[in-house]
Design a protein around this ligand. Structure first.
Ligand code: NAD
Length: 473
């Protein structure tokens, strides 16, 4: 209970991964600490707690229905005791009066008082100006893939385009994670796919990984166009997209995927104080999730501490959102002993794949790239090692290329990147665990890892890579 004896009133703005992790953890913590809480959660859309990362696999047809991506629907949250209000957007906050200004779907505004506020508004796709018609709406045929509604629109768009009998021509603009995953989905659905990267594909990966991804995409039939910043489009008589342009090149298209990154959604009007901002203008909380007195934040709208860089960065990934939400949910109601939960930070660990027919490449990364390591003051030395996922004499053995970087001064392992066939990329978790604990190359080279021919080589390929690098330092 609050000082007044009333339940602690918590308003959560945003009811997806971070917001609902915070809300449910708060219910558990409050119960354990015998504190009465009242949680009101605002959500602009009709959907809650779904796997945005699963959307490309819905578009590809691996997932039957958008409902399959929903972990907990609004009713499930309400049944747990959360006053969830869908179709309601938090548009402002008065930090002095401790009220949130909310707007419903009909445009009616109301004020919601809070004792504690959790901001979990997420991120939204970066939409270039050229993608919009004069009235500000997206040009028909041009769409990002961020929400369940986007997924449904892609399914409809594709069904309509495929009904024509001619393979639709799709341009994927941006060759990061969504770009590669949508290239797979659209190719598998029968489109002709061109993947446009403003610079090079897979930002954040080293060239040996990129090289392998480029070769796999091209072998599967994707046209990879690097150094192609898409800057404009043409529409047909109906207003739908007809062509895109980048530099002097013009390409006729039927569909355009906007996969040009995301920006934190932090446009709430703030009065009565300020909320600190950090990298990419995201909200900058401390490791406990506290942003300002009585204000907390978690998820893609906020920064996370990078364990190797020693500073906070914008790294919008669902895996962090869930963990940050849990930390906030633990801290909103203080423990009697004053103990607090802390988010341990991030290493930039990520994984994806491109898989069409026999063309299957998995890529993953953790820690720093070589330039990033140098910029951070390390003395990086890197090495590429090629091996196999399991004993080479078994038919299921697949190639695995492992790039590793370490600091020549301290011998600390700084980063690992993997590209390979089935079973290769998930090895990144071993690497991430060692980086998390600050291991040296010598620690990793001598570690007791599992071996039997169907699972690994006698020296696991990751360990071979690190051992070879250790020998060179
Ligand atoms: P991203 O930041 O990974 O990649 C966007 C790319 O688009 C960049 O390389 C950028 O240079 C390029 N670009 C920007 N404008 C362009 C233009 N006009 N023409 C051509 N290229 C242009 O972003 P994303 O792929 O849109 O993904 C969104 C977010 O979701 C990211 O934060 C990503 O980490 C996350 N995500 C992660 C995974 C995963 O980890 N498997 C999967 C999906 C999404």
């Amino acid at each position: 209970m609050s000082a007044s004896g009333d339940p602690v009133r918590v308003v959560v703005v945003g009811a997806d991964a971070a917001g609902m992790s915070a809300a449910h953890q708060l219910l558990r913590t409050a119960r354990a600490r015998e504190v009465a809480v009242e949680i009101v959660a605002l959500e602009s859309t009709r959907h809650t707690s779904y796997s945005a990362c699963g959307l490309p696999y819905w578009v590809a047809g691996d997932v039957e229905s958008g409902d399959d991506l929903v972990a907990r629907d609004p009713e499930a949250h309400r049944a747990a005791g959360i006053d969830l209000r869908t179709g309601v957007t938090g548009v402002g906050v008065d930090l002095l009066r401790r009220v949130v200004r909310a707007r419903d779907a009909a445009g009616v505004e109301s004020e919601l008082p809070y004792d504690e506020l959790v901001l979990a508004t997420g991120a939204e796709p970066r939409v270039p100006d050229w993608a919009r018609a004069a009235d500000g709406t997206l040009v028909p045929g041009v769409l990002p893939l961020k929400t369940l509604d986007d997924g449904a629109r892609w399914r409809h768009l594709l069904d309509a385009a495929l009904a024509d009998g001619r393979p639709p021509r799709a341009a994927v603009v941006g060759a990061g994670y969504i770009g590669v995953e949508m290239a797979e989905a659209l190719l598998r659905r029968g489109c002709h796919v061109a993947l446009h990267a403003a610079d090079r594909l897979l930002p954040g990966f080293e060239e040996p990984v990129r090289e392998r991804m480029r070769a796999t995409l091209e072998a599967a039939g994707v046209e990879v166009v690097e150094g192609s910043r898409v800057e404009g489009l043409e529409v047909d008589g109906t207003g739908a997209v007809r062509a895109i342009s980048s530099g002097r090149a013009r390409t006729e298209v039927d569909l355009v995927v906007l996969a040009t990154g995301v920006v934190p959604r932090t446009d709430l009007e703030v009065v009565g104080g300020t909320l600190p901002r950090g990298a990419s203008d995201a909200w900058e909380p401390d490791d406990t999730g506290r942003l300002a007195p009585h204000v907390w934040t978690a998820g893609d709208c906020s920064t996370v501490a990078h364990r190797l860089l020693g500073r906070r960065v914008f790294l919008p990934l669902g895996t962090h959102a869930n963990k940050q939400g849990r930390v906030v949910g633990t801290n909103v109601v203080p423990a009697a002993d004053g103990g607090t939960a802390r988010f341990g930070g991030a290493l930039g660990t990520a994984i994806t794949r491109f898989s069409v027919g026999e063309h299957h490449l998995e890529v993953s990364r953790t820690g720093l790239g070589e330039d990033e390591a140098r910029d951070a003051g390390f003395t990086p030395v890197s090495l590429l090692t090629e091996g196999t996922t399991i004993s080479g004499y078994l038919p299921a053995a697949r190639p695995a290329a492992i790039w590793v970087v370490a600091d020549a001064v301290t011998r600390r392992l700084l980063g690992v990147q993997i590209a390979g066939g089935e079973g290769a990329a998930k090895r990144i978790d071993t690497a991430a665990a060692t980086l998390w604990l600050g291991a040296s190359v010598d620690d990793v080279a001598g570690m007791d890892l599992s071996y039997a021919p169907p699972f690994a080589t006698t020296w696991d390929v990751l360990q071979i890579a690190v051992r070879r690098l250790a020998d060179r330092l």
